[in-house]
Design a protein. Structure first.
Length: 246
């Protein structure tokens, strides 16, 4: 992982913890993981370990643990994991600091777990194109033969929506402020129009089983008092089945 990005996330989660706040995307799991799981439940084997990649505070992780036998929440920020262990613990959840772009760490996790499902919500868009490709390769290694990826990502459209919201509502958007301060809003995004998330996954050898448009309900209230929603793209993917000739 880019060192500056890792340091940025440590600083962000440290600030969130000290302020006793929630992150912009820490919406109730009923509006996120619960919906995502229902959408793909016919494809997912709950007996396989579920990896919550970029688990943050663990708010979605604990919902995954209600449907899956074993869940491993991973993040690069120890401050995020400390919040998760404190606020969203369960008997079948483990939280670990793992860098998805560290080949050694990923290989060790893949060897330990075998086939696994992966849930990723708003992680790939943070990475530069080369790192996005490496991340998807790493996810493929974790899926192995029977696992599925459930991906929900911001899109290039999201960036313009955020800028428009900030211009119209400005300083009232306190949840956006620390993100803008630590990261800005020019981080490259996985372009989501016309199924470009699908294209990212298929270029790295994954098979997209289903996909579509979605939205992320944030913890930020707009001027009208309603939670602000941001456009996202979603995809369910797996490694292709290989039929060996006799």
């Amino acid at each position: 992982m880019n060192t500056a990005l890792r340091q940025g996330w440590e600083a962000y989660w440290d600030e969130i913890a000290k302020a006793g706040e929630t992150a912009l995307w820490d919406s109730p799991s009923a509006t996120a993981a619960a919906i995502h799981l229902r959408r793909v439940e016919q494809h997912i084997d709950p007996a396989l370990p579920m990896i919550d990649l970029g688990c943050g505070s663990g708010r979605q992780t604990v919902r995954l643990a209600e449907s899956c036998n074993r869940v491993i929440g991973i993040d690069i920020a120890e401050h995020a994991l400390a919040i998760a262990r404190r606020d969203n613990a369960a008997a079948n959840i483990e939280y670990r600091r793992i860098d998805l772009l560290d080949d050694t760490e990923v290989a060790a996790l893949a060897a330990e777990l075998g086939d696994a499902n992966v849930y990723v919500r708003g992680v790939l868009h943070q990475l530069l194109p080369d790192a996005q490709q490496r991340a998807v390769w790493a996810i493929g290694a974790l899926l192995a033969g029977r696992g599925h990826l459930i991906a929900h990502e911001l899109t290039s459209v999201t960036r313009w929506v955020v800028r428009s919201i900030i211009e119209s509502e400005g300083a009232a958007l306190e949840k956006f402020e620390p993100l803008q301060r630590h990261f800005g809003f020019d981080i490259p995004t996985v372009p989501g129009e016309e199924r470009q998330l699908d294209a990212l996954l298929t270029r790295q050898g994954l098979q997209v089983v289903a996909s579509g448009d979605d939205s992320l309900q944030t913890t930020q209230l707009g001027a009208d008092g309603a939670a602000i929603e941001l456009p996202t793209a979603w995809a369910l993917a797996r490694r292709p089945h290989v039929v060996h000739p006799r």
